[in-house]
Design a protein around this ligand. Structure first.
Ligand code: IMP
Length: 427
């Protein structure tokens, strides 16, 4: 059985949760490998509607092990809240495993995220304010605290004391904020540790055993390729890699073991927070897409910026991820539109270009060059076979496939599990 990575291919919020939920039925393991509770994966299934932020979307299947990988940063309070919510809905979380190498989001991270955003003034990134950037900064600076450290209170106190002494200087002397009490944070994290201890493990052995047994493993992405800190619209990016390369690093699985890389694209584009977005629609059409598709952030509730499908960005996303197939979500949002547009190139400094510029300032200057297509203006939400889609919808999909250079495996025509069309086999 293969290892399949399911990745956000645009600026996040592509509907990965639904796709993972669907494919998890046959999986023995689902691994989240990046981000933290900045992510928000909506899953609608026979158990109800759930908004997951850290728990992998495979949690609804009783035989699927759900693993929070080493590449994730975990806010323990939020994770415990999510576990409680699931348990209250009758979902068993006994198969949730947390890598002892995963880093923790600490109270000073969320505080610093807010203070840093305020200090950026007009140039704010528009982060989710979940402390994600500061937590990954500390991981790289060797100032992070890992989940495994919650299991050793004496060691935790030692490290926390020296780290927090430094963080309190930063809070008080740089930002003029109040210091945090080391004792209070220590006691709080000891409690979290006691609660999460049964889940915290060395995940390497579990993963290697599943690989050796040829079991189906899903690597669940968070955010999207264009928020990658290297290849995304830096500095308007997140702090961990949502790419296929990031899937290997954040789980401890060799690139040699990954058989399928499914890129999840929406039929249009959205982004939340600041940063360039060439196909953004600041008009009635943008509002119509937002209302029609309920494009409001799962984590922050912010209205998402909406725009036409950007095939230049999509091609770039395919190049840096190496997709073996595409899951195209939310096609039904276009059911009412008489005309659709696809951005096939940019006009940049008077020239037509077909590549995605590295710098946010250059991308800000890019004007979209559009190709227009007819809309199909009929309801697709009940369709389950690709051949039954309206001819104009099939033409739209074919143009997207052609411009990205990759075939669709899945087309989604609604949020529910069954509103899915398999256009070609994923596995
Ligand atoms: P951070 O990850 O909270 O630091 O936010 C950095 C940027 O990534 C901001 O523009 C956020 O809006 C964006 N971002 C983070 N997580 C998500 C997500 O799950 N979906 C969409 N955008 C996200």
């Amino acid at each position: 059985m293969p290892v399949i990575a399911i990745l956000g291919a645009q600026w996040g919020d592509e509907g990965k949760g639904k796709v993972v939920d669907q494919l998890s039925e046959e999986a023995s393991m689902v691994i989240r490998f990046s981000g933290g509770d900045n992510a928000g994966h909506t899953v609608i299934n026979p158990h109800g509607e759930f908004k997951l932020h850290i728990v992998p979307s495979g949690i609804f299947y009783p035989t699927t092990t759900c693993l929070i990988g080493n590449g994730v940063v975990i806010n323990p309070a939020r994770l415990i809240g999510e576990i409680d919510n699931l348990n209250n809905s009758g979902i068993d979380t006994g198969r949730l495993v947390i890598s002892d190498r995963a880093h923790l989001v600490m109270p000073y991270h969320t505080l610093l995220d807010e203070l840093e955003e305020k200090s950026r003034a007009g140039k704010a990134i528009g982060t989710t304010l979940r402390g994600i950037g500061p937590a990954f900064t500390d991981k790289t600076a060797r100032l992070g605290i890992r989940a495994g450290e919650l299991l050793d209170k004496k060691g935790l106190l030692e490290r926390l004391s020296s780290i927090m002494e430094f963080k309190n200087k930063l809070l008080t002397k740089v930002y003029g904020a109040d210091p945090l009490s080391i004792e209070v944070v220590f006691q709080q994290y000891c409690q979290y540790g006691e609660r999460l201890a049964p889940h915290i493990k060395d995940t390497a052995t579990l993963i290697q055993t599943a690989l050796a047994n040829d079991e189906l493993i899903i690597l669940e992405g968070a955010q999207g390729a264009l928020l990658d800190p290297d290849f995304g619209t830096y500095p308007y990016a997140t702090s961990s890699s949502p790419l296929s390369g990031g899937a290997c690093l954040g789980s401890g699985i060799s690139p040699k073991c990954i058989d399928r890389i499914l890129g999840v694209f929406k039929a249009y584009c959205t982004r939340v927070g600041g940063g360039p977005f060439p196909t953004e629609l600041n008009d009635e059409m943008g509002d119509l897409i937002r209302e029609q598709a309920h494009e409001f952030g799962t984590t922050t509730g912010r209205p998402r910026r909406c725009g036409w499908f950007d095939a230049v960005a999509a091609r770039f996303s395919h190049q840096i991820n190496g997709f073996t197939g595409i899951a195209l979500t939310r096609l039904d949002v276009f059911d009412i539109l008489p005309e659709l547009k696809i951005c096939t190139a940019y006009k940049f400094n008077g020239k037509i270009i077909d590549y995605f510029p590295a710098g946010a300032t250059d991308l800000e200057k890019c004007q979209p060059v559009y190709e227009e297509l007819d809309g199909w203006q009929s309801d697709t939400t009940h369709i389950r076979e690709f051949d039954e889609l309206p001819a104009k919808a099939k033409k739209y999909i074919a143009r997207l496939e052609e411009s990205i250079g990759c075939r669709t495996n899945i087309v989604c025509v609604g949020p529910r599990r069954e509103q899915t069309i398999e256009s070609s086999p994923v596995l």
